[in-house]
Design a protein around this ligand. Structure first.
Ligand code: SF4
Length: 377
C-alpha cells in the first residue's frame, strides 16, 4: 500500500510565461467543481470514513497554486483527503504557496489542517528577474511573508530559479545570499527551462528573451551548490538543499522509487510498478470524473528492465545515488549487470563514481546530469 500521496491543485491567477504545468489561469469559478470531482476521485482509495482509513507518511499539495483556493475551499479539500487518509505519527504535509497569497488566516487554516511544511514560490530576490518571470510579488515582501508562515509552521522551503534572461552570476548570488539570510529549512534551486508551447519558448525564438551564456549558467549551478553548503545546508538531490533532518520526505520517497498515489488533473501515480496518468486538461479531467469515468487516460506497465533503468535515473538525482543492495532488492537487477558498458564509459568521463555502497554522480556529473541519465536509458 502506498504511503505517499500528491494532490494537484490547478489554479493560478495568471499563467507565468515559462510555465507548462497543468492549470487554468483566471478560472477560479471552477474551484467548486474541482473539489467535488476530487472528492469523487479519492473514492478509488477508500470510501469516505471519519478519521480516514489509509495511513500516509507524506502528503504533498502542489500546483498550480494550492493557496489560490480560499479558506472554505481549502477546508473542503482537506476534509476530502482526511476522510480517506490519516496521517502516521510524524507525517510530513507540504503545501506549495504563492507568497502573495500568504495571510495569517490562511496559514492558520493550513496549520490547523495538519500542514507542517510550506514550499514558498519566491523564485528570486531580484525585482527585474521577478518581472521577467511575471511573478506578482516583490522581493521586499518575502521577510514579512516568511514571518507570517513561521508563526505557525516552522519548516519552510524557498523555491528559487536561476538562468533567468537578463540575470547574471552576481544577481543570482545575491538572491542565494538573501534567501540564506532568512534561514529557511530548505532551498530548491531550479535552472529556468524553455518548454515548447510556452510563451517564453516563442519569445526566445523571436529573440525577445536571451538566455545567459552556458558558462554563466554553469557558474550559477555551482553557486547553487556551494553557497547553501557554506551556510550549513546539505545537498541531497540535484536541486535540493536542506538543513540536517529537513529534507523533503515526499520527494525522497519519489526518488527512491516508492509507490505513491496522485490526484487531480495531470497527476500521475505509481503503484506496484504501474504508472497511471490523469487527463492533462483541467476541463477534460473534470468532465471525465463528473461523467463517472476513470480520471486515468494512460497506463504504463513497465517491463522489469525498463523499471530498473527508470529507477537508476531517479536514484541518480540523489546525492547517495543508486544504492547497490536497495536497488537489487527493488528491481532484481545488479546495477553493474544492467549498465556495465555505459557505466564504465560515464566513469571514465569522470561523471559517475562507484564503490561498495553504489553508484553516484560526481560533482562534474551533476552539471551534465541529463546527459548521463540519458546514457543509462
Ligand atoms: S504561479 Fe507557478 S504554477 Fe502558476 S503559472 Fe506561475 S509558475 Fe506556473
Amino acid at each position: 500500500m502506498h504511503r505517499s500521496a500528491y494532490t494537484h491543485v490547478p489554479f493560478c491567477r495568471h499563467r507565468c510565461g515559462y510555465c507548462d504545468f497543468t492549470l487554468v489561469a483566471g478560472r477560479d469559478d471552477l474551484a467548486g467543481r474541482y473539489l467535488t470531482a476530487l472528492d469523487q476521485e479519492l473514492n478509488r482509495v477508500a470510501p469516505p470514513t471519519p478519521g480516514g482509513r489509509v495511513e500516509l507518511d507524506t502528503l504533498f499539495l502542489g500546483g498550480g497554486t494550492p493557496t489560490r483556493l480560499d479558506g472554505p475551499q481549502l477546508d473542503r479539500l482537506f476534509d476530502a483527503l482526511f476522510r480517506r487518509y490519516r496521517l502516521a505519527e510524524g507525517a510530513e504535509v507540504t503545501v506549495e504557496a504563492n507568497p502573495s497569497d500568504i495571510t495569517p488566516d490562511l496559514v492558520g487554516r493550513l496549520a490547523d489542517a495538519g500542514v507542517n511544511r510550506v514550499s514558498l514560490g519566491v523564485q528570486s530576490f531580484d525585482a527585474a528577474a521577478l518581472t521577467t518571470l511575471e511573478r506578482d510579488h516583490a522581493p521586499t515582501d518575502i521577510p514579512r511573508v516568511l514571518e507570517t508562515v513561521r508563526r505557525r509552521i516552522d519548516n519552510v522551503s524557498l523555491d528559487l530559479i536561476y538562468a533567468v534572461p537578463g540575470q547574471d552570476l552576481r544577481s543570482w548570488e545575491a538572491t542565494l545570499d538573501a534567501a540564506l539570510a532568512l534561514e529557511p529549512s530548505h532551498l530548491s534551486t531550479y535552472g529556468l527551462t524553455f518548454e515548447k508551447g510556452t510563451a517564453f519558448w516563442s519569445r526566445r525564438r523571436r529573440g525577445e528573451l536571451i538566455t545567459p551564456p552556458e558558462e554563466s549558467e554553469r557558474a550559477m549551478y555551482a553557486a547553487a551548490m556551494d553557497r547553501p553548503a557554506a551556510a550549513g545546508f546539505h545537498q541531497y538531490e540535484l536541486s535540493s538543499h536542506a538543513r540536517p533532518g529537513r529534507e523533503c520526505r515526499h520527494n525522497r520517497a519519489y526518488w527512491c522509487g516508492d509507490d505513491f498515489e496522485a490526484f487531480g488533473p495531470g497527476a500521475a501515480n505509481l503503484i506496484d510498478g504501474v504508472r497511471r496518468t490523469n487527463h492533462r486538461g483541467v476541463l477534460g479531467w473534470l468532465k471525465r470524473v463528473e461523467a463517472g469515468e476513470s480520471s486515468w487516460v494512460e497506463e504504463e506497465r513497465l517491463a522489469p528492465e525498463d523499471r530498473a533503468r527508470e529507477l537508476v535515473m531517479l536514484n541518480l538525482r540523489r546525492t547517495e545515488g543508486v544504492e547497490r543492495e536497495d536497488f537489487q532488492q527493488r528491481t532484481g537487477f545488479a546495477i553493474e549487470g544492467l549498465l556495465l558498458g555505459d557505466l564504465e564509459e560515464q566513469e571514465s568521463l569522470g561523471f559517475v563514481t562507484r564503490d561498495d555502497a553504489g553508484v553516484r554522480l560526481t560533482r562534474e556529473g551533476r552539471f551534465v546530469a541529463d546527459g548521463v541519465m540519458a546514457a543509462f536509458l
